[in-house]
Write a protein that binds this ligand. Structure first.
Ligand code: GDR
Length: 325
């Protein structure tokens, strides 16, 4: 039986990836930070909270990662842990650098010290590109220009993974994932903020939805599809880096329209702009070129943005109705 250590296991991707690995017969260990209130609702929603074995630790504490790797004897390490909200990274840049940047280096060091033959997956991100106008379509060859402390921290982790591959022969892969969403998305991210509001407005619990820059364009896919790409990278003969995206970009405005239209409402009647949601530096346009992942790994996004938004609105309608009981 193969075993995997997943950091960030209580997050959206951690939950979907754990489910996939459990279905494939892996023993799954989740590396979790101690919290006064446990946040394992995502594992519960997927019905796998009893199946993931927790190991307590922190990404900024190398010794806890070393212990986790010894205890799990993992064949595959998936580093999904991060301070992952871009907006917060301007207010907490140092924490972001520690957890998102140094945290990844700690995980790599743990692999090097304890089990150098383990395969390592690094959750890299389209935020590393910064959406520069001269590169309207981003691939593995596109130069990086991160525009937030989060993007800068992720780029450090990305280059460290490449460096450990080149320096020590670690089987390290970086998945450069574009935005990926699901009913398990945190409420601070724009798609989930929209679908939660659509459900509340439809059910008479909320009047307005306040957003920031609705002209920003994103390449949005379904997180459940994207975790398959992570796994496939580690099953390939050679370690490499891959863009994981749908190849379609949509404005925040049009994404809102899809969600409101689904319940028969006009988004223009409800969406208002609040400059407090503007970011000090915006990434205007993200559009990924997923050809390499398709050609080399045989991976392709399966879920359209319409299907994704409908799935998320349905889940939020269910949740809000439950709350109202
Ligand atoms: P992003 O996701 O920053 O792309 O990073 P987010 O959903 O937060 O923002 C997407 C775009 O929407 C604009 N926007 C708003 N965003 C939020 N959160 N709230 C608002 O009210 C709002 N109004 C407009 C943003 O300005 C932005 O342009 C996500 C994260 O999951 C990262 O961790 C991950 O690496 C990348 O996706 C790929």
């Amino acid at each position: 039986m193969k075993s995997a250590l997943v950091t960030g296991v209580l997050g959206q991707d951690g939950a979907y990836l754990s489910k996939l690995l459990l279905e494939k017969g892996y023993k799954v260990y989740g590396f979790v930070a101690r919290r006064s209130t446990p946040v394992d609702w995502r594992l519960q929603e997927l019905g796998i909270d009893k199946d993931v074995e927790r190991i307590e630790g922190d990404m900024t504490d190398l010794s806890s990662l070393v212990r986790a790797l010894k205890e799990s004897n993992a064949d595959e390490v998936y580093n999904l842990a991060a301070q992952s909200f871009v907006g917060t990274s301007w207010n907490q840049p140092i924490l972001t650098a520690y957890s998102t940047g140094i945290g990844a280096l700690n995980a790599l060091e743990a692999v090097r010290l304890v089990k150098p033959e383990a395969k390592y997956y690094q959750a890299s991100t389209s935020e590393m590109f910064g959406g520069m106008p001269e590169h309207p379509l981003q691939s593995e060859e596109t130069p990086f220009h991160p525009r937030s402390p989060y993007g800068v921290s992720k780029l450090f982790a990305h280059w460290m993974t490449r460096n450990y591959r080149e320096s020590f022969g670690i089987f390290g892969c970086c998945g450069i994932l574009f935005n990926h969403e699901s009913p398990l998305r945190g409420i601070e991210f724009v798609t989930r903020k929209v679908t939660d509001a659509v459900a509340r407005i439809k059910l008479g619990q909320q009047d307005k939805l306040y957003l920031g820059n609705i002209d920003a364009k994103r390449d949005w896919g379904f997180a459940g599809d994207y975790v398959e790409a992570m796994w496939k990278m580690l099953q390939h003969d050679t370690p490499d880096d891959y863009v994981v995206a749908t190849g379609r970009t949509t404005t925040v405005r049009d994404m809102c329209k899809i969600a409101f239209d689904y319940v028969g409402l006009n988004y223009e009647d409800y969406v208002e702009i609040d400059p407090k949601f503007y970011r000090p530096a915006e990434v205007d346009l993200l559009l990924g070129d997923p050809k390499k992942a398709e050609n080399v790994l045989g991976w392709k996004a399966k879920t359209t943005l319409e299907e994704l938004m409908h799935m998320m609105v349905d889940a939020d309608l269910r949740r809000v109705k439950q709350e109202m009981k």
